[in-house]
Design a binder for this molecule. Structure first.
Ligand SMILES: *Cc1c(COP(=O)(O)O)cnc(C)c1O
Length: 370
């Protein structure tokens, strides 16, 4: 099966093979793998030794987004969340349910968040201490200019938390060059092309206070840090998904062997370009114009035809060996196709051919020429 999802992604056989063993997580060999992986993840984020640390956390992306909000925005603190899609809205909810005061900056989901709008929102409310923003908005496929938004936060004397979950390992952001950034967060199962199950923050040491502020022991990044200082860099507080950690270590080797994030970004951008152009040739309309299309996920508008049925489309694609999501996250109906993972342009062309055949089988002939 060819997985064309924006996470979990298609992985390489070497990565999957690392899962096939039993592991004692407190064993010395495994602890050495964890300690080395943490250093490599810090370096990949541009984190500086002695200034930043990689703090792994069991769970999916939401867990570490919430952990970062709880650990860096103090109770009673106010956070500005620019929302130009589903994942921005999820930060809003995670912050509210954690009891932080959340101010949203609603923006259309078809364009990046304008940094000037962030500047205006910060100027209007001096009580806002943090901006929490998504780098690659997986909801629509738009990429936000988080370097510019970070510069705005810095200029206004505020802090930033970056949801880099669908970006890290491909899109650039150098935390070492962004002292306003308390933490950037990501997971094992997206652009790093590992298996799902491990989340991670790369965070500023000087912003990690005493454990307890998070109001959740499980999601307290300050406690993750204190524990590592006391017990060693190879230790987790609670049982880790050890096989996922091992697989991520192999996936990071493969990331390096491929040439790093810039080479990976070029492969994904090429995938997205081919797919975006290809769906237009099928008579379908991409959700975003080519100028706004990011490299991670291409959303396509549902054909304006009563014969359209997303579940049926996804099921029929599966019979042709292609797996896409059976839900959409744009403001209007459509389908979403991930361009990340261990896939290159042949996979995108294969998926386009499969889609042509499924659209024909579904009798979707009244497709507007885009
Ligand atoms: C995938 C994703 C997340 C986290 O999703 P999980 O299902 O919890 O891993 C958060 N933010 C963005 C932008 C994402 O793409």
């Amino acid at each position: 099966m060819l997985l064309l999802l924006p996470g979990p992604v298609q992985t390489r056989p070497e990565t999957r093979a690392a899962m096939g063993v039993d592991i004692g997580p407190w064993d010395d060999e495994f602890r050495a793998v964890v300690a080395a992986l943490r250093e490599r993840l810090r370096v990949l984020a541009g984190g500086r030794e002695g200034e930043h640390v990689a703090l792994p956390l069991q769970g999916s992306g939401h867990f570490v987004v919430e952990a970062a909000l709880r650990s860096f925005v103090p109770p009673g603190g106010k956070v500005l969340v620019p929302v130009n899609g589903t994942y921005g809205r999820r930060i809003e909810r995670l912050g509210r349910e954690a009891g932080r005061a959340v101010v949203t900056l609603p923006c259309p989901d078809t364009a990046p968040v304008p940094p000037e709008a962030v500047a205006a929102a910060l100027a209007a409310d001096p009580a806002i201490g943090h901006v929490a923003v998504v780098q690659s908005e997986t909801g629509s496929g738009v990429v936000n200019d988080v370097a510019a938004i970070g510069a705005v936060a810095r200029g206004a004397g505020r802090r930033m938390i970056l949801d880099s979950v669908s970006a890290f390992g491909a899109l650039p952001f150098d935390i070492g060059a962004h002292p306003e950034c308390d933490a950037l967060v990501f997971t094992s199962g997206k652009c790093l092309e590992g298996m799902p199950g491990l989340a991670c923050a790369v965070a500023r040491i000087d912003r990690l206070g005493e454990p307890g502020q998070a109001g959740s022991w499980c999601l307290d990044l300050a406690d993750v840090y204190r524990y590592a200082l006391a017990a060693g860099w190879g230790r987790f507080r609670f049982t880790p998904p050890a096989q996922v950690v091992s697989a991520l270590s192999v996936a990071v080797d493969l990331h390096e062997a491929e040439g790093g994030s810039a080479v990976r970004l070029a492969r994904y951008a090429n995938n997205a370009r081919i797919f975006h152009a290809g769906v237009r040739e099928l008579g379908l309309t991409p959700y975003l114009p080519a100028e706004q299309q990011g490299p991670v996920i291409v959303n396509v508008r549902a054909p304006d035809d009563p014969a359209w049925d997303l579940q049926r489309f996804a099921t029929l694609l599966k019979t042709r060996g292609v797996m896409i999501c059976n839900f959409y996250t744009t403001e209007t109906p459509g389908f979403r196709v991930g361009c990340i993972g261990a896939v290159a342009e042949e996979a995108m062309r294969y998926a386009l051919a499969a889609m042509r055949s499924v659209l024909d089988e579904m009798g979707l002939r009244r497709r507007e020429a885009a």
